[in-house]
Design a protein around this ligand. Structure first.
Ligand code: UGA
Length: 445
């Protein structure tokens, strides 16, 4: 089949590459000339394991090409997939200007029937708006060309996006049109071999499903973080509690790892966007507000622990923190809404120096923190320990899981680890005479 994919961000590029991999002809459109040129040379601008290889292979074999010209994609394609960004506005609502622009451009340029598929995360009602904008543009041209607008939200995780696309848990399609649903089923057949994986529903339910899924996951995280915070106060160990509750299939083992709160480009934005949708429809979303509020508090957790540790040791001003991990999670260079950034901002505001290392996010962090003279980003994991008082871990990269504790003990001025991801065993660290502060466990010291 012939596809036109608009947007070359995570969703657009992964979608384009994976559809091309299954033999479809894909034209990927982006307004950014530089990105398009780089992609046509086979170089990708995002960090996603396995993606570059698939992009290069399919481009070489002629099934995937990149352009800034929407018409080039529209001409030959039955499907037009909208995969552009939907950033947050300052009030938490979703900024739909890019989605609307694509809708207008499609309306201005289409010459035959199209299935317009919305994969961007958008508030309920956006498909109707997209339809209205396309109609408006057609009217202005004096044409009446048939089209359908479908919602088809994406459930990719950064760092594991190829796997998520190739072997989805489900493919949600929002349309009332049976014929269009069959077309989408045929397109996704190589990925969702079992028909049960295709879930067809109304457009609004599909748009809502995306938010409900992310908000449910964010709720699980805030919930376990709350349990962890209580565990710490009553002498329980959240690791044991997590296993104890996760073995109940109704609860499940996934997404109940406590930490420094969720970050990234999706959960914080989507929780706030659904809060905004609820409020603007006259409903007070108390659970979602609590999820968001707890998450903001959780991001400060290590700030409080580090500040408390230094309280009777002369305060944190003038001290130096070695920091492992800046990305919002491992296997990505993405630092958007990363708890580490909050940690760095708060501690340096109080006069502490931070020497940080991240296996992938170093360059992005350098760029984001260039104004902050108390932060330095280092290219090697153990370099940051030199001259540092204590160590904190903010991202659970594999290379931090089994470090050289002897070297940590020898290099730090004070033998203390603040672990925001519960990576280590307290007993084990005691053997190295390392003081250990973690999340929701009585292990401390
Ligand atoms: C998330 C969803 O998992 C995807 O299904 C969804 O498609 C995507 O958003 C999106 O809407 O585009 P992503 O933001 O890439 O994917 O990251 P996750 O792996 O879900 O992690 C989100 C955050 O939750 C991270 O900061 C992570 O550290 C945190 N987390 C996750 C926890 O603190 N505890 C857990 O048990 C799991």
């Amino acid at each position: 089949m012939n596809l036109c994919i608009v947007g070359t961000g995570y969703v657009g590029l992964v979608t384009a590459a994976c559809f091309a991999e299954m033999g479809n002809n894909v034209v990927c459109v982006d307004v950014n000339q530089e990105i398009v040129e780089a992609l046509n040379r086979g170089s990708i601008h995002i960090f996603e394991p396995g993606l570059e290889e698939i992009v290069q292979r399919n481009a070489e074999q002629g099934r995937l090409r990149f352009t800034t010209d929407l018409n080039e994609g529209l001409e030959s394609s039955l499907f037009v997939m909208i995969c552009v960004g939907t950033p947050s506005k300052p009030d938490g609502s979703c900024d739909l200007c890019y989605v609307h622009q694509v809708a207008r451009d499609v309306g201005k340029n289409m010459t035959d029937y199209k299935v317009v598929v919305n994969k961007s995360t958008v508030p309920v009602g956006t498909a109707d708006k997209v339809r209205a904008l396309i109609l408006e543009e057609q009217e202005a041209r004096g044409v009446n060309i048939e089209f359908d607008v479908v919602s088809n939200p994406e459930f990719l995780k950064e760092g594991d996006a190829i796997n998520d696309f190739m072997k989805p848990d489900r493919v949600v399609v929002g349309t009332d049109n049976v014929r269009v649903a069959e077309l989408l089923k045929a397109l996704y057949a190589p990925f969702a071999r079992s028909r049960d994986k295709m879930i067809v529903m109304g457009v609004r339910s599909s748009e809502m499903t995306k938010y409900a899924a992310n908000c449910m996951l964010a709720t699980k995280i805030s919930f376990i973080n709350e349990i962890a915070n209580i565990c710490e106060r009553v002498g329980a160990d959240v690791n044991d509690v997590r296993q104890g509750i996760g073995s109940d299939q109704r609860i499940g083992r996934h997404f109940i790892y406590p930490g420094l709160g969720y970050g990234g480009s999706c959960f914080p934005k989507d929780v706030r966007a659904l809060i905004d949708t609820a409020v603007s429809n006259g409903y007070e979303p108390s659970v979602l507000k609590a999820v968001d509020g707890l998450n903001m508090r959780q991001k400060r957790l290590l700030v409080d622990k580090i500040t408390a540790y230094f309280a009777d040791r002369g305060g944190i001003e003038g001290k130096t923190l070695a920091l492992w991990g800046i990305a919002f999670k491992p296997n990505t260079d993405d630092i958007r809404e990363a708890p580490a950034l909050e940690l760095i901002a708060e501690l340096t505001a109080a006069g502490m120096r931070v020497q940080a290392f991240d296996p992938a996010a170093g360059d992005k962090a350098k760029e984001a923190l260039t104004e902050n003279s108390l932060v330095s980003i280092h290219p090697a994991q153990y370099d940051v320990l030199e001259g540092a008082d204590v160590l904190a871990v903010a991202t659970e990269w594999n290379q931090f899981r089994n470090p050289d504790f002897g070297r940590i003990k020898k290099t730090l001025k004070q033998p203390v680890i603040f672990d925001g991801r519960n990576l280590y065993g307290a007993e084990f660290l005691r053997r190295y005479e390392l003081e250990y502060h973690c999340i929701g466990r009585v292990a401390n010291a």
